[in-house]
Ligand binder design. Structure first.
Ligand code: SF4
Length: 708
């Protein structure tokens, strides 16, 4: 590790952006600011950082937009005023108690974030489910990972990413679908690029309606019509069966459901599937050949599959390809779901979603509820699942929900059909916003504002996309009166009169969480802070089958976590339930990330260098569509859906399919003008099982903006 001469302290941490989870070495300078570099010893990134990670210190050093002290107003017409922590939390506790007593525990809710540390997630989940007595706690992970969670459970019996990043260098075929890792998970993708450069025979198949940077090293780009993923995956499955490229031993001894699957994938002819998907039969055959010939096959995906009204089925249709070929539980193989947030996995481990319990226990199982309730010593855990992300805002709108506590997330940029969410916050009786920045739009609706410590200002753990738990050091003091999120929640719990929140530090919270994982599939009960710090990071389960150094790869014994012990191959239908284009709204809108911004830009948007890459929102449109609409590159356009509209400049590009337009997800209101916010337009329809919204497919119209 190189130590900067000006630094007085050098500590390790993990990047707080995407789920790749790169290690960083932070140098604390004598002037109190920090610099940083990639951690060369860290197994994930081996010293590399992407543009976002490299600029993390600018965000951490810049305190100009930080919330410095608690604020409160006694009624909606009053201005916010500075108050003490005690006043803010006592009033909040009094209001929560009033609603709970009058309307029941389901009248309040917490909406948290995949950016929270595991310890923060743990205490807020414990507070809500174990003491307030409602499961109304959900997070913005609902918007990105919940379809993958359900699919892993169905296919493998547990929400378990079966492989590790070191499998990348052992694979000889990658099927990357619904993802642009070159921009959104860059360090992971650099490992794939380096592997391909050293081994040109490695095959890379990219499935995307857009020709993204990820396609630049692809052997095959299947530029499918949006929404046809299941049809394509089934068609590839069909050809694998026809070619005899099935692992017969695996599907007969270690998997259920192959018979039904083999029927459903033959329901369409290959020609019909090719026509629906908008790709050639020969390319479907080529993809199947690459997969069929592979000794190690990794499927890799993210929001393009998850964010759909049929997100679970899309996931299952993909995982099927690994299962029918037996590419799971062995080197260089497995379905790798990439998480968008740094600790979406940690949130799932502590049960921080409306339908989960700690350590992946099942809320619907009375024995699991009893086990957790006894451990916590609080109230009975409700059997009814709580409100999910979009449902919370619906419930505020219709009055079922009276109070919401928004923690570490910016829903007025990130939720679909976001104007409805804005209406909901206007109607809410009481809104608490726990935040680091004074920028998010939610602050305008807050009755209480609580300043939180940011990354590097608190200690705790996170879990990345390969189940790797890392420890984040506290390097900086939070500005003003800001305190760590876990401390805010624990102080509030005590004001509510609850016992069991008297932790001395984050280590004690972590230890309690770890204890609760004992004898579960994610068992880390023997894993202490000290061991994580000593080893640098550890992949769960820690104690599983006497493995004492963590578990890089699951299911090596072909025993899955299902009741039968077999993996499950799902014969999912390939119907699409998204909003279909028609005469009034003839285009399909899809949204996504750009390279140098992250989520709603509250952190990356502070960095000048990152803002230079793409300075403003845009709409990518195919040249033939642009000609038809008389749109020139750079023209301001109006995109309308049944829910709202936005005005963004056109970027004409042959990289996108005809009939499809793409707009980045990052921009919210600019100077109170919401016409750059693409979520004015997106659809809040959700997958019926995962409740994940369909950000990737809705019907819109496009026209050139004309001055009135
Ligand atoms: Fe951070 Fe992700 Fe970039 Fe790594 S790849 S530096 S975790 S944003």
């Amino acid at each position: 590790m190189s130590i900067n001469k000006r630094s007085v302290n050098t500590l390790k941490s993990t990047c707080c952006y995407c789920g790749v989870g790169c290690g960083v070495v932070i140098n604390k300078e004598k002037n109190g600011s920090i610099t940083l570099e990639g951690d060369k010893d860290y197994p994930v990134n081996k010293g590399m950082l992407c543009s976002k990670g490299l600029n993390l210190h600018y965000t951490a050093n810049d305190k100009t937009d930080r919330l410095l002290y608690p604020q409160m107003r006694y009624n909606k017409s009053m201005p916010m005023q500075r108050v003490s922590w005690d006043d803010a939390l006592e009033r909040t506790a009094a209001v929560f108690k009033t609603f709970i007593n009058k309307y029941g525990p389901d009248s309040v809710a917490f909406y948290a974030s995949g950016q929270c540390l595991t310890e923060e997630y743990y205490v807020v989940n414990k507070l809500m489910k174990g003491f307030i007595g409602s499961n109304n706690i959900d997070t913005n992970s609902r918007l990105c990972m919940s379809s993958a969670v359900v699919a892993y459970k169905v296919a493998l019996g547990e929400d378990s990413v079966p492989l590790c990043y070191d499998d990348i260098e052992l694979a000889d075929c990658f099927y990357v679908t619904g993802a642009n890792p070159a921009w959104c998970h860059p360090i992971l993708w650099r490992r794939v690029e380096a592997h391909k450069a050293a081994n040109p025979d490695v095959k890379i198949i990219v499935v995307d309606p857009r020709a993204t940077d990820t396609c630049s090293i692809a052997d095959l780009h299947l530029q499918l019509n949006p929404g046809t993923d299941i049809t394509l995956n089934h068609a590839i499955g069909r050809v694998l069966i026809e070619n005899g490229d099935i692992d017969v031993d695996f599907v007969t001894k270690h998997a259920d459901g192959f018979e039904q699957y083999s029927k459903i994938v033959f329901e369409r002819t290959l020609a019909e599937s090719a026509r629906i998907c908008g790709v050639s039969e020969s390319n479907i055959r080529l993809a199947a050949r690459y997969i069929g010939e592979a000794k190690g096959f990794i499927s890799m995906w993210t929001m393009g599959l998850n964010q759909s009204s049929v997100g679970v089925n899309k996931n299952l249709s993909l995982i099927n390809l690994n299962l029918i070929t037996g590419h799971i539980g062995k080197p260089g193989s497995g379905p790798l779901s990439l998480t968008g947030q740094p600790n979406a996995m940690g949130g799932r481990e502590v049960g921080g979603l409306a339908n989960l319990l700690p350590a992946h226990r099942n809320l619907a199982n009375p024995l699991h509820r009893e086990e957790v309730q006894k451990f916590w010593g609080g109230t009975q855990i409700a059997a009814k699942p709580g409100l999910t992300a979009t449902e919370m805002f619906e419930a505020l709108n219709d009055g079922r929900l009276k109070a919401i506590w928004i923690m570490c997330t910016n829903p007025l940029t990130s939720l679909p059909n976001v104007r409805l969410a804005e209406e909901a916050l206007k109607k809410a009786k009481f809104v608490v916003v726990q935040e680091i920045s004074n920028k998010p739009e939610t602050l305008a609706y807050a009755d209480v504002i609580l300043p939180a410590a940011a990354w590097a200002e608190k200690e705790g753990t996170m879990t990345n996309s390969e189940r790797r738990i890392s420890y984040l050091n506290k390097v900086l003091d939070p500005p003003g009166e800001a305190i760590p999120d876990s401390e805010i929640i624990c102080r509030f719990a005590k004001k509510m009169g609850y016992k069991g929140f008297d932790y001395k530090n984050a280590a004690e919270i972590y230890a309690e969480h770890a204890k609760l994982t004992a004898k579960t599939n994610i068992d880390i009960s023997g894993l202490t802070y000290d061991i994580i710090k000593q080893q640098g990071s550890v992949q769960w389960p820690y104690k599983k089958r006497n493995v004492t150094i963590g578990t890089p790869r699951l299911f090596t014994d072909k025993k899955f976590y299902t009741e039968t012990g077999n993996a499950h191959i799902s014969a999912v239908p390939d119907t699409l339930t998204s909003e279909i284009p028609d005469e009034d709204f003839p285009f399909i809108l899809t949204t996504g990330r750009i390279r140098d911004q992250w989520h709603t830009m509250s952190k990356t948007g502070k960095v000048n260098k990152l803002n230079q890459h793409i300075k403003q929102s845009f709409m990518e449109i195919n040249p033939l569509d642009a000609i038809e609409l008389n749109i020139q590159d750079g023209d301001v356009t109006i995109i309308k859906s049944r829910r709202g509209e936005v005005n963004v400049k056109a970027k004409i590009s042959a990289a996108i399919k005809q009939g499809v337009v793409f707009v980045p997800m990052h921009w919210g209101k600019i100077l109170n003008n919401d016409l750059h916010r693409i979520n004015n337009v997106t659809n809040d329809a959700v997958d019926p099982i995962s409740k994940e919204p369909d950000f990737k497919y809705c019907a819109v119209s496009v026209q050139k903006y004309k001055k009135p």
